[in-house]
Write a protein that binds this ligand. Structure first.
Ligand SMILES: [Zn+2]
Ligand SMILES: [Zn+2]
Length: 258
């Protein structure tokens, strides 16, 4: 299995996952498309993927940085879209002509030979889901846009070979930022985004028995710094043979083989 990112952060998110030796033409699972179709096409080309190779799009929730290009892309390339019923209710106005399929917490389904396993998270959206994607041999866990740590999150992400994990903000930088009070409250609240401290707790507590790679994602460009995240990841992973990287807004990250 391999995976890559088109970009990660509040200006747009999209992740690609593919079975490593896939023969079929449609061999890519796209997780969110928070970019315009034109921008998504440009970023796909950077990773040498044709839009027609996307077998399905799975959507986490209705916020623009995750859903912006989803339905237009799906219409243009005849791509089915999986999402929760709540996310569909929030975003259905744009979904005409799209092959929409519903998914829910703890009901796995298959796309392009991969098993997609949705799980519920606390975030200020109608029915947000995050996903683990696995092949026979390995498991990728994805977690962004989540306000606090839950037992459900820790159990869903147990024994992954790779994790893409939100490290949104440093709590002091957010508190001292020029953001309006209400926005600070929203981001730091129980249905907002993960602080570095809570992301560190999740990484510390999750079952890392198979983990080889962790990628920090959805970093705030205003309220976080890569060095702070790197320090915290290194603190948890010291003495373990686990690689750590940071996904960026503009480049995402290139293909990682599992
Ligand atoms: Zn987001
Ligand atoms: Zn969100």
């Amino acid at each position: 299995m391999k995976f890559a990112s088109l970009g990660s952060g509040s200006e747009g998110n999209s992740l690609l996952v593919s079975p490593a030796a896939a023969e079929q033409q449609r061999r890519i699972v796209m997780l969110d498309c928070g970019f315009s179709v034109k921008e998504a096409e440009r970023r796909l080309a950077r990773l040498e993927v044709l839009p027609g190779e996307v077998a399905g799009i799975i959507v986490t929730h209705e916020h623009g940085d995750h859903i912006r290009g989803v339905f237009k892309f799906a219409r243009r390339y005849d791509t089915p879209v999986w999402l929760s019923y709540g996310t569909y209710q929030a975003a259905r106005a744009d979904s005409d002509g799209v092959d929409v399929r519903f998914c829910r917490d703890d009901e796995p389904f298959q796309i392009a030979g991969l098993t997609v396993h949705p799980y519920t998270v606390p975030h200020d959206a109608r029915e947000p889901l995050q996903y683990c994607i696995s092949s026979e041999r390995c498991k990728l866990g994805v977690l962004t846009d989540v306000g606090h740590k839950t037992e459900r999150i820790l159990s869903a992400l147990a024994a992954c070979d790779a994790l893409v994990l939100e490290w949104n903000h440093d709590s002091d930088m957010l508190a001292n930022s020029s953001y309006p009070y209400s926005l600070k409250q929203r981001i730091a609240g129980p249905h907002g985004h993960l602080s570095n401290a809570v992301a560190e707790e999740i990484l510390r507590e999750v079952d890392r028995s198979r983990l080889k790679l962790v990628i920090a994602a959805h970093l705030s460009q205003q309220n976080n710094r890569a060095e702070l995240v790197e320090q915290r990841m290194a603190h948890v992973l010291q003495g373990e043979l686990i690689a750590a990287e940071i996904a960026c807004q503009h480049q995402g990250f290139g293909w990682k083989m599992l």
